[in-house]
Design a protein around this ligand. Sequence first.
Ligand SMILES: [Zn+2]
Length: 224
Amino acid sequence: MQGTLLEYLRQYKPSKKPPKPPVKQSPSEEGVILYLSDLLQPEKGDKAGVCVVCGRETKHGHSIPFSEKFTNWPQLQAGEVICEHCYPLVKNQDFRRHSWVLSKEGVRFLKRDEVLDVLLNPPEPPFGIYVTKTRKKQGFLRLVTRTNYSRSRYFIAFDDELIFVDRAVLKEMVEVGRKALELGFTKTELLSGPKIAHRVYSDIVKKIEEFRGNPLWEVVVYAL
Ligand SMILES: [Zn+2]
């Protein structure tokens, strides 16, 4: 293209053809779940407004609970209510206190030693995975608009942090982490750097140095 982009845009003439109407969804696409909270049984309330978690408008929402449990309430979207779909996530304290995986099969709460197996073998999409170390945060609410449709590249929340998972990288991290623990490395070394005595395992040390600073590595070390 000759000339500047601005010149090009000045010469650009929009096509006379009217824009095509949006493609109509085939029946199989109509059931696509965009919001993770739609995998839960809705609990209807009587407050109308926009949901602070998912941003959708509703006539069946609930007022935002400003009790002590909800200090630092993370208002994710501009709004006034929590919709009937997102309300179960907020109401049921188990979602805050445990790591979990949610899919069409329902919710499964996870013990720490079950987390890596689920991350390595996530369920059939759509799904969401929350991992908590503090058992106090509400970072899982950020997953509501991040429903996963890929089993090899997906998002999880680790407490308040949203973390991207590439399953191939994860697999390598788990292998290296397990091997290092077998060799006597501590979890602190995995996160802060191996001590001098362990530097003889140069391949492992090199990998650890490569992984350190990647937020996914922190999840792996926590769950090992
Ligand atoms: Zn909502």
